[in-house]
Design a protein around this ligand. Structure first.
Ligand code: NAD
Ligand code: TYD
Length: 373
């Protein structure tokens, strides 16, 4: 039986990964470590926590005591590090927290994994590890910086982060690489493009737009809305991570992306028209609306408002996933047109979840970011 330590498993991608593993793999033991920041919510994995094969630990990935105790109690085979401060706008306000969690937290996990997995030394002084162990760092395409109108990020693209968030993720990647080179720790790094899907915290573009439409609020588009992101359905990302963990060559980096570039303004318009269509087709969905009335005419592009641009806003991200496709046979299975409908339906049907995760400091955050819109 394999033991997986999944950090950040109460957040968006980590929770989807926990669900994905339990659905697709038998005889596994999961230990979820999450500090339950504003972005983590135990309700997201409440069904999974009933499974005797899943244990939850509340704690900081950067706390040596917490991580030591997990390794002492469980025979961990795999570490998957999803835990991070993940929102670019917040990193602009408070960069230090990002360095603390994303870089120092990662190094703490690496150090304790190395210690517990080492069973001796080879003739050159390198550690020799227990068979079959691996550390996987969940990273982002944002470490490559920003593209112009053409070109794609490959694994060989030079690192060129621009925001405090992407700089902190780059720092994390570099310390992972250092453990791989210096101590021969078996690692992989995956660098994925923007995810979307269920359980996405409504501070990121797609869930924020859905939430605002349902509340009849303005839809804040930064700058002129021409920035491009390469959107991938979260379950496709989870599948790629599981593949890299089990089949990826140790020491390698794999880019993960959907070949699905969209301008922000296209995303906003498509979300508007899809919500309206779904409500017209199925009036049950109107229950998700926070304002009453028979007409849906107000669900229109009039809700869009162009706001001050994000500082240092990266123009375009686009991934070339050729390596993971060729080596591991992965490709994105969910077409964007289907994934966005699945996602919107999920939000329409799970307004309780939205209420739960936004019951903390969300109102305060929103007010600071967007004022009284
Ligand atoms: P998220 O913000 O939704 O979740 C992060 C989780 O980490 C939360 O549950 C939070 O409580 C937890 N956490 C934060 N600090 C912690 C700490 N110090 N110790 C323990 N737990 C802590 O983020 P997400 O969107 O699920 O992203 C997961 C990972 O994937 C991140 O590393 C992110 O950089 C990376 N990534 C995200 C995207 C995306 O589009 N969302 C794309 C590529 C890569
Ligand atoms: P976001 O979801 O924060 O992801 P990232 O910055 O990591 O790519 O933002 C996606 C894009 O949408 C990005 O170009 C910024 C833009 N954006 C808006 O225009 N309005 C918003 O309210 C938000 C949150 C983002």
């Amino acid at each position: 039986m394999k033991h997986y330590l999944v950090t950040g498993g109460a957040g968006f991608i980590g929770a989807n990964f926990v669900k994905y593993l339990l659905k697709n793999y038998q005889d596994i033991q999961l230990i979820v470590l999450d500090d339950l920041t504003y972005a983590g919510n135990l309700g997201t994995i409440k069904e999974e926590l009933k499974n005797p094969g899943v244990a939850f630990v509340k704690g900081d990935i950067g706390d040596p005591q917490v991580v030591e105790t997990i390794f002492e109690k469980h025979n961990i085979d795999f570490v998957l590090n999803f835990a991070a401060e993940s929102h670019v706008d917040r990193s602009i306000e408070n960069p230090q927290l990002f360095l603390q969690t994303n870089i120092l937290g990662t190094q703490n996990l690496l150090e304790i994994a190395k210690k517990h997995w080492t069973k001796g030394k080879d003739e050159n002084g390198y550690p020799v590890y227990r068979e079959g162990v691996k550390y996987l760092q969940v990273s982002t395409d944002e470490v490559y910086g920003s593209l112009g109108d053409t070109g794609y990020f490959t694994e060989k693209t030079p690192l060129d982060p621009r925001s405090p968030y992407s700089a902190s993720k780059t720092g994390a990647d570099l310390i992972v690489t250092a453990y791989s080179e210096t101590y021969k720790l078996p690692v992989n790094i995956t660098r994925c493009s923007n995810n979307y899907g269920p359980y996405h915290f409504p501070e990121k573009l797609i869930p924020l737009i859905i939430k605002n439409i349902l509340e009849g609020k303005k839809l804040p588009v930064y700058g002129d809305g021409s920035n491009v992101r390469d959107w991938l359905y979260v379950e496709d990302h989870c599948k790629a991570i599981a593949l890299v963990l089990h089949k990826g060559r140790p020491g390698e980096i794999y880019n993960i992306g959907g070949h699905n570039e969209k301008k922000n303004i296209e995303i906003v318009k498509l979300t508007l028209s899809t919500i309206r269509r779904l409500m017209e087709e199925n009036p049950v969905y109107r229950k998700a609306l926070k304002i009453s009335g028979d007409s849906l005419d107000w669900i229109s592009e009039d809700l869009i408002t162009y706001v001050k641009d994000r500082l240092g806003h990266d123009q375009r991200y686009a991934i070339d996933p050729a390596k993971i496709t060729t080596e591991l046979g992965w490709y994105p299975e969910t077409k964007f047109e289907d994934g966005i409908v699945k996602t919107i339906r999920w939000y329409l049907e799970n307004q309780d979840w939205v209420a739960e995760v936004t019951s903390g400091d969300y109102q305060h955050y929103y007010q600071q970011m967007y004022g009284n819109r």
